[in-house]
Design a protein around this ligand. Sequence first.
Ligand code: AMP
Ligand code: ZN
Length: 112
Amino acid sequence: MCLFCKIAKKEIPSKVLFEEEDLLAFHDINPMAPIHVLVIPKQHIVGLGEAVAENAEVLGKLLVASRRVAEETGLVQSGFRVVVNNGPHAGQSVFHLHVHVLGGRPLAWPPG
Ligand code: AMP
Ligand code: ZN
């Protein structure tokens, strides 16, 4: 079964920031910034490229939860970036939809 489904079901431990009915926010195991949190739906969706209209509610909740991550980690004033990697060129490595929330240092643009 999928790694992030196992994390969502607590079958694999993670450093949880918060949990809501439909989603989980936890710290990335290999952080790319001082704050690097992943927000995942508990429901298995492969990626943004596979999302459909029926997923609109949970997709909205992921963005609102991303804002909550920024709030709870103190990033609202300094700024933060929200990223969804999708497919080979974006380097998606886990095929369960996840939103990266990054901050705590100036972030370069454009991304590499
Ligand atoms: P992506 O490359 O966009 O698919 O992102 C996958 C992210 O999941 C990477 O930033 C990994 O460091 C992270 N990751 C992989 N396994 C775990 C894990 N067990 N707990 C937390 N984060 C993980
Ligand atoms: Zn999954």
